[in-house]
Design a protein around this ligand. Structure first.
Ligand code: MLC
Ligand code: AMP
Length: 504
C-alpha cells in the first residue's frame, strides 16, 4: 500500500523551494516549507491521539496553516472535515456530534462558544486564528517537519464535507482519496495547468471549489497560488498582473465587471478564467468577453460528484451551458420519476457516474441509497438537457435549494427556525434573483394573529441560530401560502410574485 493522494499532491514536492503560496503582503511559502509545516501538524494530530480514519473538524478562517492542516490529514490518514466559520455554535454542534470528530479546531475568538459544543460532543478543542496562530500551532512548533506518511487505499476517506439536506439535516459526503485524486488529474489535464501557472485563489477553503478544484489542481501541477484571505475585488485587481488564472463563483465575475479598474489591459496576459458553483448568466459571459476578450470557461459539479462537465479549453465555450461531460464521466438525462434515460434534447434529471462520485453519506445508508444508484449513477437533483452539440444545459433544480453567491441554502432549515417564532403560523423561504449574489433568500411569513409580528426582531433572532449568509435578506408578510391540491406550497408562484424584490 501507499498513499497515492499524498504522494501526488504533496510528497513529490518535498525539497522543492519553488513558490507555492504567494501571500498578498508579498510573503512567499515554498512547496517544501508548506510540506514541512503539514508534517508538523501531522505529528501534532497523531500526538493528540488521532488514528487513521478519525475525523478532524475545522471551523477556522483561511490561512496557509489551515491549508497545511488539510495536507496533514491526508498524510496521516485522517479525514479532513472543514466547516464554514460563519456557522453558529448551534449549527456546529450537529456537525461535530454527527461526524464523531476526534478533534475540533476553532478560531480563538469563538473558543468560549465552541468549548460548550466540544464538551457536549466530548471532543478535544484546539484553536487557530486567521494568521494560523493558536494552541494547535504552539503544539506544532515543537514537532518535527518529517512524518512517516500513513498508507491509504484508493477507497479510504480523505474528507467529509457536509451538504445541507432537503429535510433540514445536513449530510456528510464521504470523499475518498481516489475521488479527489482522479478529479484533480482530469481537470488539470483538460484545463492545461502546469507549474508555470499562478492561480488567484480568493475562494474559501471549506468547500469543494476552493479546496479541491483549485488547490488540488495547483498542487498536482506544481504551480503557485496567490492566496487571498477572502474575495476582495480591489485586491484581486491589484494582484491580477502576477497571476495566470482565476477560478471563481459568478459573483466574482459580476463584481469585477462592476469595477472600472477591470480592463482588457489588466487581463491581456491571463490564460484562463473559470466559473462554477452556480449558474453564470449568459449576459455576464458576454459582457466579460466584450470587456476583456476572454471567454469564461464554465464548468459544473457538486460536492458529492466532484466536477463532472466542462466547457472546452480549445473548442467553443458556449454561454449558458456547462459544456460536455469530462473524459472519465458518464452523464445522462433521466425521467425524474422512473429513472429511464431520456433522448437528447429532453429536459430531465441529470445523473452522473465516474471516479469522482463519492462513497455515500456518513452514517446515512437510506439517504445514500435514495440518491446513489447501485450501478454507481448519482442523482444530482439538477434538471438539464443535452443539446445537439452534446453540451449540457442546466435548466433548473428538482431540489428545494437556493444558491446565493455560491453558497447552498436549504429553505427547510430556515423555515424550521421561522416557524418557531412567536406569532408565526407558517413560513416559506424562496430564492429570488439578486444582482450580486445570483439568488438570495426571501422569507414569506403567515401570522397566526396572536401578536403583531415585528419583522426586524424576527430577523435578529434567527441570526442567532443560523449563519448570516442563510438569513433571508427580506422578510414579508402574507395572509396565506399558495398550495396545490395535495397541500404542497407552490413555491413557483411565490418566486414569480417576489421576482423583482431585489431588482436594482
Ligand atoms: C457573504 N454573505 C452572504 C454570502 N457571502 N450572503 C449570502 N450569500 C453569500 N454567498 C453575507 C455575510 O454573512 C454578510 O452578512 C454580508 O453578506 C457581507 O459579508 P462578506 O464576508 O463581506 O461577503 P463577501 O466577501 O462579499 O462574500 C460574498 C462572496 C462569498 C460571494 C465573495 O460568499 C464567497 O466567497 N462565495 C464563494 C462560495 C463558494 O466557494 N462556493 C463553492 C461551493 S462548492 P451581514 O448580514 O453580516 O452583513 C460547490 C461545488 C462546485 O458549489 O460546483 O463548485
Ligand atoms: P454543492 O452542493 O455546494 O456542491 O453545490 C452543487 C450544486 O451547485 C449543483 O448541484 C448545482 O445545482 C450547482 N452548480 C454547480 N456548478 C454549476 C453551474 N456551472 N451552473 C449551475 N449550477 C451549478
Amino acid at each position: 500500500m501507499a498513499n497515492l493522494l499524498y504522494d501526488a499532491l504533496f510528497g513529490r514536492h518535498i525539497g522543492q523551494k519553488t513558490p507555492f503560496l504567494h501571500m498578498p503582503d508579498g510573503h512567499v511559502i515554498s512547496h517544501d516549507d508548506f510540506i514541512r509545516s503539514a508534517a508538523r501538524y501531522a505529528n501534532t494530530l497523531v500526538g493528540l491521539g488521532s488514528e487513521a480514519g478519525d475525523r478532524i473538524a475545522v471551523h477556522i478562517n483561511k490561512s496557509p496553516d489551515a491549508l497545511a492542516l488539510y495536507a496533514a490529514c491526508v498524510q496521516a490518514g485522517l479525514v479532513f472535515l472543514p466547516l464554514n466559520p460563519a456557522y453558529t455554535a448551534a449549527e456546529m454542534e450537529y456537525f461535530v456530534v454527527n461526524s464523531g470528530a476526534r478533534l475540533l479546531v476553532c478560531d480563538p475568538a469563538d473558543h468560549d462558544a465552541m468549548e460548550k459544543v466540544a464538551r457536549r460532543a466530548t471532543v478535544r478543542l484546539e484553536t487557530m486564528d486567521a494568521t494560523g496562530r493558536g494552541s494547535l500551532r504552539d503544539l506544532a512548533q515543537l514537532q518535527s517537519g518529517d512524518f512517516t506518511t500513513v498508507d491509504r487505499g484508493p477507497d479510504d476517506l480523505a474528507a467529509l464535507l457536509y451538504t445541507s439536506g432537503t429535510t433540514g439535516r445536513s449530510k456528510g459526503a464521504m470523499l475518498s482519496h481516489q475521488n479527489l485524486l482522479s478529479n484533480a488529474q482530469t481537470l488539470g489535464d483538460v484545463w492545461r495547468f502546469t507549474k508555470a501557472d499562478v492561480l488567484l485563489h480568493a475562494l474559501p477553503i471549506f468547500h469543494t471549489h476552493g479546496l479541491f478544484v483549485a488547490t488540488n489542481i495547483m498542487l498536482l501541477a506544481g504551480g503557485a497560488m496567490i492566496f487571498m484571505p477572502r474575495f476582495d475585488v480591489d485586491q484581486l485587481i491589484r494582484l491580477m498582473p502576477r497571476a495566470t488564472a482565476l477560478m471563481g463563483v459568478p459573483t466574482f465575475y459580476t463584481r469585477l465587471l462592476a469595477s472600472d479598474d477591470f480592463t482588457a489591459g489588466l487581463t491581456a496576459h491571463m490564460r484562463l478564467f473559470i466559473s462554477g458553483s452556480a449558474p453564470l448568466l449568459a449576459e455576464t459571459h458576454t459582457q466579460f468577453e466584450e470587456r476583456t476578450g476572454h471567454r469564461i470557461l464554465e464548468r459544473y459539479g457538486m460536492t458529492e460528484t466532484n466536477m463532472t462537465t466542462s466547457n472546452p479549453y480549445d473548442g467553443p465555450r458556449r454561454a449558458g451551458t456547462v459544456g460536455t461531460p469530462l473524459p472519465d464521466v458518464e452523464l445522462k438525462i433521466c425521467d425524474p420519476d422512473t429513472g429511464t434515460t431520456l433522448p437528447d434534447g429532453d429536459t430531465g434529471m441529470i445523473e452522473v457516474r465516474g471516479p469522482g462520485v463519492f462513497q455515500g453519506y456518513w452514517h446515512m445508508p437510506e439517504k445514500t441509497a435514495a440518491e446513489l444508484r447501485s450501478d454507481g449513477f448519482f442523482i444530482t437533483g439538477d434538471l438539464g438537457l443535452i443539446d445537439d452539440q452534446g453540451y449540457v444545459h442546466i435548466v433548473g433544480r428538482d431540489k428545494d435549494l437556493i444558491i446565493s453567491g455560491g453558497y447552498n441554502i436549504y429553505p427547510k432549515e430556515i423555515e424550521l427556525v421561522l416557524d418557531t417564532q412567536p406569532g408565526v403560523l407558517e413560513s416559506a423561504v424562496i430564492g429570488v434573483p439578486h444582482p450580486d449574489l445570483g439568488e438570495a433568500p426571501l422569507g414569506v411569513l403567515v401570522p397566526d394573529g396572536s401578536v403583531d409580528l415585528d419583522l426586524d426582531a424576527i430577523a435578529g433572532t434567527i441570526g442567532q441560530h443560523l449563519a448570516r449568509f442563510k438569513c433571508p435578506r427580506l422578510l414579508v408578510l402574507a395572509q396565506d401560502l399558495p398550495r396545490n391540491a395535495m397541500g404542497k406550497v407552490q413555491k413557483n408562484l411565490l418566486r414569480a410574485q417576489y421576482a423583482s424584490a431585489f431588482a436594482p
